[in-house]
Design a protein around this ligand. Structure first.
Ligand code: HEM
Length: 503
């Protein structure tokens, strides 16, 4: 029947598979080399848009800016769904990044965008600065724990932004329930993780039937969603009732009541959120909590991974580090630490952050989209339900836009290459699904990078080789040294951090 629907047009080409199981045996597991590298190699053989198939499920991989522009951007109305896998569907339950592209999703997206647009995120500057200064102090105390300290800072930023919840201990309960939920959430959206994603009718078989053992897993995912939504929500409401809350994502939405979606639903959503009046709609209330509840998972590994890429770049390029420190010193002086007010005066740092996002993007294959309707692209047939993977890494390493793509070369952003499109246009995904937290994320990385190099010189650990790659995932770390630049700087860090305690 596909033949008929396709009008005889071929699918995007790809490696030859076996009958029925298709490309199952060719599917790379990413162990030998990272998947985005394999895909880039295949794009040289099969073309910039190629496809894989197994049990009738098709994955289309886009390897150029031209292809993502034509499909994910221009045809965003049909290319903004998430993968049609059974497990993703069963375990989504208002979990925003995994939601179908439907009316409910669009309402959420408006609400989320309103709280994280470029103007709105400026309200979170103090939070980002303070958490950064505290992180510096922790780095002075135990530099070998650098990954842990940055993780805590990224976690505290997002929990303060969403719920005005500051992380003050090593065993913060909100951090713990969020951390526990992340690995399962990632598995839930991985199309190849369970057989039932390939053979959907298995979901109608009884528990004893082979291939149905995904059920306890789905329950675990859903329980995790409930915990990350409800626990902070209940606490937030209690504190609001006492008037003990500072402005945050939640309070911002309240201020904008009625202005975001313009619908009655929004009243419900926001009222429901705060339990100001008896809850009109429990479902909407829980969905609003859900949009806040996912922020930790979306924000922490990604921000931390980008910081790890930045640290790696600095270790590999002491000359960039020196240049950055000279720029920071000349703008900030020696008597204080960098703030967002310095941003406009630190062009080299801005290029370094852009270059970090380009050189070692933390989500090299982004988060897969899916197509909700049959489509034809350059003579190829893309069937409804295809999973669409954008090889963001391949685009960010396309030498026609970024000459010498493998080099970490901040100067490429000084205007000498007009064809170099802003790395943020690819590192954060696409169009209606593009990362809504990107402005906040960019600012977190910017302020952490500025302060890190203001206070420390980063040096390799002689005994441990540097990794080739820093990829997304908990616990990925490497050894290096954070050497305070002077005893005066160390004292400045301590006094800045303790002045926060006093406030
Ligand atoms: C440097 C850090 C970050 C990177 C590289 C990053 C990257 C991404 C990418 C590639 C996607 C998928 C986009 C797509 O499907 O096309 C995404 C989605 C998302 N990100 Fe981020 N992100 C970062 C930080 C954050 C932060 C700080 C937040 C929260 C404030 C956040 C919230 C989200 C949400 C809610 C989604 C789901 C959007 C949707 O499904 O429509 N991200 N991010």
């Amino acid at each position: 029947s596909h033949r008929r629907r396709s009008g005889g047009l071929p699918y995007p080409p790809g490696p030859k598979g076996d009958p029925i199981i298709g490309n199952l045996r060719q599917l790379p597991d990413g162990k030998k080399e990272p998947l985005h590298i394999t895909y880039k190699k295949w794009s040289k053989i099969y073309g910039p848009v190629f496809s894989l198939e197994s049990f009738g499920n098709r994955v289309v991989v886009l390897n150029t800016a031209h292809a993502t522009n034509e499909l994910l951007e221009k045809r965003g109305n049909i290319y903004s769904d998430r993968n049609p896998g059974v497990i993703r569907r069963l375990s989504t339950d208002h979990h925003f990044p995994g939601m179908d592209y439907d009316e409910e999703f669009r309402t959420y997206r408006k609400v989320v965008n309103a709280a994280f647009n470029p103007t709105a995120v400026k309200d979170y500057s103090d939070i980002q600065e303070q958490e950064t200064y505290e992180c510096l102090e922790h780095l002075l105390e135990s530099p070998d724990q650098w990954f842990f300290h940055m993780r805590r800072a990224a976690g505290s930023i997002i929990l303060r932004v969403t719920y005005d919840h500051k992380v003050t201990t090593h065993d913060d309960h909100l951090v713990e329930i969020n951390e526990a939920a992340i690995p399962n959430n990632l598995i839930a959206v991985t199309p190849t993780a369970f057989v039932v994603n390939f053979i959907p009718w298995l979901q109608y078989m009884p528990d004893w039937f082979p291939g149905t053992n995904y059920r306890p897993f789905v329950k675990k995912v859903l329980d995790g969603h409930m915990a990350i939504r409800n626990t902070p929500w209940v606490e937030l409401k209690e504190r609001m009732a006492k008037g003990a809350i500072k402005p945050c994502y939640a309070s911002r939405l309240l201020e904008m009541k009625g202005q975001i979606t313009g619908s009655d639903d929004e009243e419900y959503i926001i009222k429901g959120t705060y339990a100001i009046s008896p809850l009109p709609s429990p479902a909407l209330c829980s969905s609003q909590a859900a949009s806040a509840g996912i922020m930790y998972g979306a924000a922490v590994d990604t921000t931390l991974g980008t910081m790890a890429s930045f640290v790696l770049a600095m270790l590999m390029h002491p000359e960039c580090q020196k240049k950055l420190q000279a720029e920071i010193d000349s703008v900030v002086g020696r008597d204080r630490l960098p703030t967002f007010a310095d941003e406009d005066h630190l062009p080299y740092l801005r290029w370094c952050v852009l270059e970090t996002l380009r050189w070692m993007p933390v989500a090299p294959l982004g988060l897969a989209h899916a197509c909700i309707q049959d489509d034809i692209y350059e003579g190829m047939f893309i069937p409804k339900g295809s999973i669409i993977v954008a090889n963001q890494w391949a685009i960010l390493h396309d030498e026609t836009m970024y000459p010498k793509p493998m080099d970490f070369w901040p100067e490429r952003w000084d205007g000498r290459f007009p064809q170099a499109r802003d790395a943020r246009l690819y590192a954060f995904g696409f169009n209606r699904r593009m990362c809504p937290g990107r402005h906040l994320a960019y600012r977190s990385v910017f302020i952490m990078a500025a302060n890190l190099l203001s206070a420390f010189t980063l040096a390799p650990d002689e005994a441990s080789p540097l990794p080739e790659n820093v990829s997304l995932g908990t616990g990925q770390t490497f050894k290096c040294r954070f050497v305070p630049r002077s005893s005066e700087k160390a004292a400045l860090v301590r006094s800045t951090a303790s002045s926060l305690d006093a406030n």
